[in-house]
Design a protein around this ligand. Sequence first.
Ligand code: TYD
Length: 205
Amino acid sequence: MFFVFDGVDGAGKSTQLNLFASWLRERGLDVVCCSDPGTTQLGNQMRSLLLGNHEVAIHMRSEMLMFMTARCQLVEELIRPALASGKTVVCDRYVYSTVVYQGHAGDLNPDDVWQVNQIATGGLMADMTFIFDLDVETVSQRLGESRDRMESRGAAYFQRVRDGFLSEAKRWPELAMLVDASGDIDSIQATIRKATESILENTLG
Ligand code: TYD
């Protein structure tokens, strides 16, 4: 099984991902966690370029392809082999992020970005993507003053990110579930676990 935690910045998805992975392990599953972009050597190098505060010019289409490069490597080096050996993969961000950050918010055509995703991942989609939603003001407060290259883009960009996730979540309702990230940690985790219980029941019988 392959699960993804995605959505707006500052929504607490990493905390939720760690709690979720521990819970899956308690249920006896062999769990591998990863981050997109990152986890592989190539992915980490792309991540530094993509998120670092530097002066290197990066066109939006280049940026999209760099996220895709990191993703392709992550899929081939880690995710596919893990799934093939029966492990459960939990990934921090994946295909929806590029469609939303570089597509909806970055003015690239979201359908084009879906097509490149298809090539980068060889068509590998997650069984379920939890999309964390939070209003832009709260996101901005939580991010504070110290921001990476992506987080420095300002409120208008983040509003487009939020709206993009809300619209993409509706595209394939069986593949993605919106999670209201304004609640407390335990109730958000409970919602995610409940949804997962039914997915596991349906899959494992
Ligand atoms: P993330 O790892 O969630 O950030 P952090 O570790 O700082 O919490 O995501 C990195 C940033 O990159 C985040 O602002 C979203 C952005 N991003 C894109 O713009 N496109 C993408 O395809 C991905 C995967 C992330």
